[in-house]
Structure formats: C-alpha cells, structure tokens
Ligand binder design. Structure first.
Ligand SMILES: Cc1cc2nc3c(=O)[nH]c(=O)nc-3n(C[C@H](O)[C@H](O)[C@H](O)COP(=O)(O)OP(=O)(O)OC[C@H]3O[C@@H](n4cnc5c(N)ncnc54)[C@H](O)[C@@H]3O)c2cc1C
Length: 380
C-alpha cells in the first residue's frame, strides 16, 4: 500500500470519506438499480472544492494534483464506482482545457467546471473503434467564420448530462494520407449538438453513457483546444494521464470495497459453529484481496506522484490501469465466492462491484491496449 501521503492528502481522504458515507453510500444500490446518475451531487463536490483539484486557484481549482484527484475518486468508488465515473469524466473536460486551452478558454470555463456549475464531457470514441484512435469519421471543416463539426461519438460518459463538451474530429490528412485531428470545444446550448442513444450498461450505472451527435455544428475561430491539427495529442495526454489514473482509482475503490465486504461477511457468517474467517482457505482469499489492494494502491499513487512531479507517467499509468482494473474483477469475484450463495444475492453490494469492475475495463483503453503501451515503453 502507498504509505507516503502528505497531511493535505490525508485530510482530503478523511473529508471525502465522511461525505461519501453521508451522501453516497446509502443511495449507491438504488442508483444502480434505477440506472440513475445523481447529477445534482456534482455541484456538491464542486462547492467543497473536489472537482478539478489539479487546476490552479486562479482558475477556481485547488492547486493540487492528480494524486489528490485519485484519492477522491477512490473514496467515491468504494461505494459508487458509477458516480465516481461521472466525476472522473467531468474532470477530463477540465483537464483538456487546463492543459491545452487558451487563456480566454481557461478563464471562461474552468471556474464553472471546478464549481460544478456546468458538467463536462470528452467525446473521442467513434463507431469505427476506440482503439483505432486516428480512424475518425467526424469532420471539422474550416469556414470563413470558424469551423463546422459533423459526426457521431459512441460510449460517451456524461453524454446526456454534460453542457460543455470537447470533441476530436478530422481536420485534414497529411502527405501520407493519414488523418490529422483537432480538438474542439462545444459550448452549452450550441445548435446542432445533441445526445443520441443512451446505453443500458452492465455496470457503472451511477453514470450516463451514450452517443453524442453533431449536425452542422457551427463554432467560432476560437473553439479549437490546443493547436490546430494537434487534437490527437490533446486526447492522448488527457486520456493517458487523467483518464487512466482516474479509472485506476475507481478500480482501487472497487478492490477496497471487495476486501472490506469479504472481511465483514467472513466475521459475521457462522459455519461449523464458528466464524467463516477461521477457515484457512477463506483467510487465503482475504489475503489475496488485501494483496491486490496493496499492490494497486502502491502502483497508482506512485505513478500519480511521478506525474505530479512533472515527469512522464504514461507507461506507468497504463501498467496501473491494466493491473488495477483486472485486479478489481478478481477481487470482487473472490468476495462473491467467499460469500457462497449470499454472493449472488443483490442485497449485498458485491454483485454490483463485479459488474462495475467488468464495465471499467474498456474506458480509457482496453487491457490489450494497456499492454501494448507498456511493452512499447519496455522495448524502447
Ligand atoms: C463505460 C464506458 C465509458 C466510456 N466513456 C468514454 C468517454 O467518456 N469518452 C470516449 O471518448 N470514450 C469513452 N468510452 C469508450 C472507450 O474508450 C472504448 O470503449 C475503448 O477505447 C475501446 O474501444 P471499442 O469499444 O471501440 O473497442 P475496439 O477498439 O473495437 O476493440 C475491440 C477489441 O479489440 C481489441 N484490440 C483493438 N486493437 C487491438 C490491438 N492493436 N491489439 C490487440 N487487441 C486489440 C481490444 O482490446 C478489444 O478487446 C467509454 C467506454 C465505456 C465502456
């Protein structure tokens, strides 16, 4: 387990844990059952300073890092991985503007995103395949007045609740015939922009996932995020650092939940006239969950600390994303097994943990893609 939290980080964990206990834990099962995203809570997190914590105070943030953000997401995901996903993705929009936006874009949007006054989304994935990032059908056409955006995005978190959206689209092709992408910002209420089909997901049901659609969306000349033609870099940096650390933190919360539920159930359940945890095979399962938590925690907070120090952390975060999200599946499945028949009864949260863990895998890039990134770095 990571043991080197500073005083601020310890305090944030304590405050968020209390908030989650009051506002999230009692409702998480109901949000899952009803497939409801409690979007009203985004503002509560904003008012307490827990959105965009990595943004500097001049733009409304807390001036902290992705380590503090991961601590917040882990605590939320301990009880509702779905709602953590909503917060996680909101911050992707914030991160793209913070890291690549112009001074005007930062001043206009970051305070509203950090306070939760508006909700953000990031639309990159297309029907042609999320792993094949450059294969975009979405077009950004240059006009005399700015740009016109046309396309459809799939599997987009916050699709139906985000007011501020960042899209990637094809703005041209290079001399080798390969697509050149730009990232572009779509302000609230823009004509021609809409949410389409809403997905009925296996897990992460405290978040909304669906299509986003742009039909002849007219945007001004100042709508591009980052340099024109550098949209792939905006997407890769945002997903590679903020997306994967966020998904890993959500997975870590699920592992923690699975560990704690296993211990609680194992102590309460009496079998052969004694608590279940007296059986060595059951102790082994608890040990395995504890080990998964310690390993994932150490990997995640080590990698986020590297990023917060200003060093490159993309390959480390891909390794964490692979390990933590796969470990969350193993841990929740193990707790289900430990509980016997009770493990499949929906009164207990562990079935939801397993569904959340499985649903966690594709977002931010699949396990296969994470291994390609890790191998690419190892073989450099
Ligand atoms: C809950 C959820 C939330 C999401 N939120 C967002 C969001 O907010 N914004 C957004 O833009 N996207 C979002 N996504 C999309 C996500 O990024 C994609 O699902 C992911 O990138 C995979 O793309 P795909 O689903 O098209 O699968 P594909 O890319 O079609 O992959 C299919 C299979 O092929 C494998 N594969 C692909 N290429 C290779 C290769 N080179 N080598 C080996 N195997 C390979 C994959 O690992 C996978 O097993 C979300 C997805 C989910 C499930």
């Amino acid at each position: 387990m990571f043991e080197f939290y500073n005083d601020d980080q310890k305090m944030i964990r304590t405050v968020v844990r209390e908030l989650v206990k009051k506002e999230i834990a009692p409702h998480a099962a109901e949000w899952d059952e009803e497939d409801r995203c409690p979007k009203e809570l985004v503002k509560v997190f904003g008012e307490l300073g827990f959105l965009g914590v990595f943004v500097s105070p001049e733009y409304g943030g807390a001036g902290l890092g992705i380590t503090e953000r991961a601590i917040i997401l882990e605590e939320v995901a301990r009880h509702s991985a779905g709602f953590a996903m909503t917060l996680m993705t909101h911050d992707l929009c914030t991160a793209a503007i913070y890291n690549f936006g112009t001074e005007e874009q930062k001043k206009e949007w970051l305070p509203k995103l950090c306070s939760g006054e508006i909700i953000g989304g990031l639309s990159v994935t297309e029907p042609t395949g999320g792993s094949d990032l450059m294969n975009h059908a979405t077009t950004i056409e240059k006009t005399d007045d700015g740009f016109v955006l046309n396309g459809r995005k799939v599997f987009i978190t916050n699709s139906h609740i985000a007011n501020l959206n960042i899209w990637t689209g094809k703005i041209g092709v290079n001399e080798k015939g390969r697509n050149i992408l730009s990232a572009i910002l779509i302000p609230p209420g823009t004509e021609g922009y809409s949410a389409g089909r809403k997905e009925h997901k296996l897990g992460l049901r405290g978040s909304v996932t669906g299509d986003t659609i742009a039909k002849d969306v007219k945007l001004g000349p100042d709508a591009i995020i980052g340099k024109e033609g550098k949209g792939a870099g905006v997407a890769l940096h945002t997903i590679g650092n903020f997306g994967r650390s966020g998904m890993s933190a959500i997975a870590l919360g699920v592992i923690k939940g699975s560990l704690e539920e296993a211990i609680k159930f194992g102590k309460e359940r009496i079998i052969y006239g004694k608590p279940l945890v007296k059986i060595p095979a059951i102790q082994e399962m608890i040990a395995e969950n504890q080990i998964e938590y310690e390993a994932a925690s150490a990997m995640l907070y080590n990698a986020t600390t590297v990023y917060d120090r200003g060093e490159d952390a993309v390959a480390r975060l891909a390794a964490v994303k692979y390990f933590a999200t796969e470990a969350a599946i193993r841990s929740s499945r193990r707790t289900m097994d430990l509980m016997g028949g009770y493990g499949v009864i929906n009164e207990y949260p562990v079935g939801r943990f397993l569904r959340d863990a499985v649903t966690n895998i594709p977002s931010g890039g699949t396990s296969q893609i994470m291994k390609i990134i890790v191998a690419g770095n190892a073989l450099k």
